[in-house]
Design a protein around this ligand. Structure first.
Ligand SMILES: C[S@@+](CC[C@H](N)C(=O)[O-])C[C@H]1O[C@@H](n2cnc3c(N)ncnc32)[C@H](O)[C@@H]1O
Length: 384
């Protein structure tokens, strides 16, 4: 029997969470339909509606929504709330600051739905790993989120999942999963932390939680995927059509000594070797200097969205005794997020890169849905 489940997608961006949720599975649940999506960014809204014209989309601030805007009683509410304030890459104001405070705009809606007897069965909050330690006191934001969830009667747990298990991109992210008691009972879980998704920093953060949050805690269990068989080179556009930078040598000259040595070894090998690089400002001998950091481990660095569109990732191709440099394209960034080539990207490279740099990797959502969310939800549906 095929059951359709429903979900709200908050902070939806280009809708990549929905892409990961809506997949067939042999257990009888064929997918999760997004019945409501919201984001306040016009460019992202345009990308969302171009790719998912059938999904009701609300453009605007989450704080302007009321429960009357939300249809039915969904099985799942997904929130990829903005991470700038908790990101290790940015300033760390915490969840109460500016944009990340948007989580509480979402949470207010969940509380309202609970009062109306139409709360979702599961809530997923996706965020950066920095959420585990951000806040005035270390971990204060994580504690605030988990305490609010525990107070609402949810079972809570979290997983640290790196997209590199599925895709050639290093992208660790935190997924806090809250389940209603009767759904949690059917969810795969372990007594003690176990495996790579229960990372040491997650275990440490859980141990710092207030008692009430720890009492509501569950270690959700998720199968570890088999080895990734895709590397960065497999996702790149052909060399012949790429736009190589004229100032490539000057860019490579910024490499720090260790990175320079790796680059020279790759060039000297004469074999085709593909690397990914970012420019970063480093402090050396009390001075700020621009450095190029190159990796040749088959992975791209974590896609990001720096304000102003600067700091795009470079692709470095060493072949035949020389190295060429170019910028990663929007389409390549989409592939690094597990998005298929029929996804409509914004025409400008910077808009496409911003869209993808902010997004959640599709196969990671799929693994979470297949391994944890759908088994729990389908057991409840089958019992109903
Ligand atoms: C980390 S991104 C999530 C992207 C999404 N998961 C995807 O796959 O594309 C956070 C999103 O939250 C949106 N956002 C930030 N503050 C918001 C608010 N107050 N109300 C609604 N959306 C907001 C941003 O525009 C951004 O698209």
């Amino acid at each position: 029997m095929s059951i359709r489940l429903t979900a709200y997608e908050f902070f939806a961006g280009g809708g990549l969470a929905g892409l990961g949720l809506d997949v067939a599975n042999p257990g009888g649940v064929s997918g999760i339909d997004i019945v409501f999506a919201n984001d306040m960014d016009r460019a992202k809204a345009a990308a969302f509606t171009a790719n998912h014209p059938q999904i009701p989309f609300h453009l605007g601030d989450v704080w302007d929504l009321t429960t009357a805007d939300l249809p039915g009683a969904p099985d799942l509410a997904w929130a990829s709330s903005p991470c700038q304030d908790v990101s290790l890459a940015g300033g760390r104001g915490g969840l109460t600051a500016g944009r990340s405070g948007a989580f509480w705009g979402f949470w207010r809606l969940i509380e309202g739905l609970s009062r109306e007897g139409r709360a979702p069965g599961i809530i997923v909050l996706e965020n950066v790993i920095g959420l585990l330690t951000s806040g005035a006191a270390q971990g204060e934001d994580f504690a605030a989120v988990c305490t609010a969830m525990a107070a609402g009667g949810w079972r809570i747990g979290a997983l640290e999942m790196d997209a590199a298990y599925w895709l050639p991109q290093s992208r660790p992210r935190l997924f806090v999963v809250a389940m209603a008691e009767e759904i949690a009972a059917a969810a795969p879980q372990t007594r003690a932390p176990n495996g790579p998704f229960h990372s040491s920093r997650l275990i440490a953060a859980q141990a710092r939680l207030p008692q009430a949050a720890r009492d509501a805690w569950t270690w959700w269990s998720l199968p570890v995927p088999s080895r990734r068989n895709l590397d960065l080179d497999a996702l790149l556009e052909p060399d012949e059509t790429a736009v190589w930078l004229d100032d490539g040598e000057a860019i490579l000259a910024l490499a720090a000594p260790l990175h320079r040595a790796r680059l020279e070894a790759a060039i000297a090998s004469g074999r085709r070797t593909v690397g990914a690089a970012y420019r970063r400002v480093r402090r050396e001998n009390g001075r700020k200097v621009q450095r190029l950091e190159i990796r040749f481990d088959g992975l791209a660095g974590c896609l990001r969205t720096p304000a102003g569109g600067s700091s795009r990732q470079y692709v470095v191709v060493c072949d035949g005794g020389r190295a060429r440099v170019r910028r990663l394209t929007g389409r390549e960034a989409a592939r690094l997020m597990g998005v298929s080539d029929d996804y409509l990207l914004p025409p400008s490279q910077s808009a496409a890169l911003k869209l993808m740099g902010d997004a959640v990797a599709v196969p990671v959502v799929r693994a979470l849905a297949e391994g944890l969310l759908k088994p729990a939800l389908s057991a409840r549906r089958a019992a109903a």
